[in-house]
Design a protein around this ligand. Sequence first.
Ligand SMILES: NC(=O)c1ccc[n+]([C@@H]2O[C@H](COP(=O)([O-])OP(=O)(O)OC[C@H]3O[C@@H](n4cnc5c(N)ncnc54)[C@H](OP(=O)(O)O)[C@@H]3O)[C@@H](O)[C@H]2O)c1
Length: 341
Amino acid sequence: MTKLPTTYTAIEIACEQANVVKAMLSLQQVTKKLREPEPDELLIRMEATPINPSDIAFLQGSYRVKKTMPAVPGFEGCGIIIGVGKSLDHDKWIGKRVSCFTQNDKDGCWANYFYAKPQEVMLIDESLKAEQAATFFINPFTAWGLCEIALQRESKAIVINAAGSMVAAFLFELATMHQIEVIGIVRKQETAKHLKASGWKNILVENCPDFSSQLKILLEDLAANTAFDAIAGSSAGFLLNALPPDSEVVVYGGLSNKSIADINPLGLIFDNKMITGFNLSDWMAETDSITFEVARNTLTEIILSGKVKNKVQTSYPHTEIKNAMKSYLGNMSAGKVLLTF
Ligand SMILES: NC(=O)c1ccc[n+]([C@@H]2O[C@H](COP(=O)([O-])OP(=O)(O)OC[C@H]3O[C@@H](n4cnc5c(N)ncnc54)[C@H](OP(=O)(O)O)[C@@H]3O)[C@@H](O)[C@H]2O)c1
């Protein structure tokens, strides 16, 4: 093994801050001691890591995943394995590029080095560039899990809000592969324009005067029976109320930072409507290795073929975390902002 430094830098938060600006300003660069990996650990030299909505929610204390403070955030990223614990297969891991994902109570991916358990990493196709590898774990696999739900429900059409997101981009591609129509809802005309240009046929802008009537027409015409909600607040209730009997709204994000409201109880009581949740970690725990392998290969193919790529608007050295967060929060639909190491 090449000689390693004795220390490395990481981004740290001292405590959760509900105000996103305060949370951003409180992030600090710290120096940590580099140690040998534990027998069941891999040591990864990080290349890149994105800022995701879940990272923002974590910093604000509004995410279910909690870490002992002070903490190094960052739920995903990619890097090269440069150290292998004694009880692991050295040749299988050493020198390999991996995507990492962790929601455990330990230092996350916003650091030069990341200590991972084998189940927190995925070997990836060497031709995936770092920016794709860094964003490969969370959103593409979430879209896969959501598409599985649509398939189980034999949906002819689905609805997804916050449709300018990366999850929505992958879900659109996967649903289209299965001949499932997709109705996308966004909040900005600009996002609608981009999505139309990339092949979305059914896009609605939520604050347009005829939004509700247009949605009703599309829901009926396309026979949609499943909606995927990333916003919560009144959005999940709105979708559930708008959908026909026997429909399901799957809530997988809380971008509004608000509790779900305005559900018409009659839909639940008389129309067999359902509202459920989706969590990637649970999906991963419940998914067998063959399905996971098929998902990994299909998603890799989708990215390498250029059908969908994890959109990256810009990268910053990790030392510029505050500028990186400002860029991302200023325009989330423009793509991920990466921290590089
Ligand atoms: N449950 C899970 O396991 C899981 C896993 C992965 C992701 N997620 C969730 O999936 C969602 C999308 O994540 P992503 O990484 O794909 O997002 P992303 O690519 O960073 O994009 C976020 C999108 O959400 C829109 N948005 C932000 N706040 C909004 C609001 N209050 N109302 C309406 N639209 C809003 C943005 O539009 P503007 O440009 O208009 O701001 C942007 O298009 C997030 O909620 C994330 O937490 C959940």
